[in-house]
Design a protein around this ligand. Structure first.
Ligand SMILES: Nc1ncnc2c1ncn2[C@@H]1O[C@H](COP(=O)(O)OP(=O)(O)OP(=O)(O)O)[C@@H](O)[C@H]1O
Ligand SMILES: [Mg+2]
Length: 251
């Protein structure tokens, strides 16, 4: 099974940015092949990675759920397995799977089962997996996110984000999802030093701070110009901070 990173945190704190920069870092360390999974129904990891997504898993599952769309003479399982492969986008060093909306009216239980066994077969092909989760943590609560080696909880530098990170950690513990280690990453840091009160909040929640990523205009600039985060130069403050964080984590 690949070494798996999952990124979670409150909405808009920089989960997708962190996931992309983690992928950039792994690629530059040649820790490949990587499976990138966008588990956010409002998927945008692909944009951050500069990848076009013709079809999401959700599209495929919705279509195959409808038996009338099935070619004659093919079992439902085989048909879904075949279709699901078309949602895997292969790039240099990584493949991207976009979940899209995998819930809808009616029951998806049987397709979810097929999907799960397909993912179990797919995963061993990769050295690393990076999962960008949605803010609501649906995947964690529905347990489609499974064993995680490193859970990266992203927060901006305010107590609300940090408490949200603490709640996600609680949810993970309650659900008994296997998580090797949890790291807090503070993003969009504007101050030179971490505010001592924030450090107190972090200590109270028993979270360990892996590092701080500064507010970096290059990130915004790349987003605005629809440029891939994978091309963000290594000497930019955000990229540099992630290199340091990954150095610590991968030790
Ligand atoms: N370190 C940073 N410096 C400057 N801008 C940043 C930084 N990190 C993120 N941003 C900006 O913040 C916005 C939100 O980031 P991002 O999409 O990564 O958050 P998210 O947590 O994935 O959001 P969502 O909850 O909607 O999925 C983006 O426009 C991005 O450009
Ligand atoms: Mg996101």
């Amino acid at each position: 099974m690949p070494y798996t990173f999952a990124v979670a945190g409150k909405g808009g704190t920089g989960k997708t940015t962190v996931a992309s920069l983690v992928i950039a870092d792994l690629i530059s360390r040649k820790r490949i092949p990587i499976l990138a999974v966008d588990a956010d129904p409002n998927a945008n990891l692909n944009e951050n990675l500069g990848v076009e997504v013709p079809v999401t898993l959700g599209d495929i599952l919705a279509e195959t759920r409808d038996r009338k769309n099935m070619p004659a003479g093919m079992s439902k399982r085989r048909h879904i397995e075949y279709q699901v492969q078309t949602a895997l986008i292969e790039k240099n060093g990584f493949d991207l799977m976009v979940m899209g909306r995998t819930e809808g009216p009616g029951c998806y239980c049987s397709v979810n089962d097929i999907l799960r066994s397909y993912m179990d077969e797919l995963m061993p092909n990769y050295a690393f997996a990076v999962l960008d989760n949605e803010a609501g943590m649906e995947h964690i609560s529905r347990r489609t996110t499974r064993d995680i080696d490193d859970l990266l909880l992203v927060s901006d530098e305010n107590p609300i984000g940090i408490r949200a990170a603490g709640r996600i950690l609680q949810l993970v513990n309650d659900l008994e999802i296997f998580v090797g280690r949890t790291h807090l990453i503070l993003n969009r840091a504007r101050r030179e030093e971490l505010h001592p009160k924030l450090q107190e909040e972090i200590d109270k929640l028993d979270l360990e701070l892996a590092g701080r990523i500064p507010e970096d205009d290059n990130v915004l600039d790349y987003n605005l110009n629809q440029k891939s985060m994978l091309e963000l130069p290594e000497d930019t403050p955000a990229r540099k901070a992630v290199v340091e964080i990954m150095e610590k984590i991968l030790q």
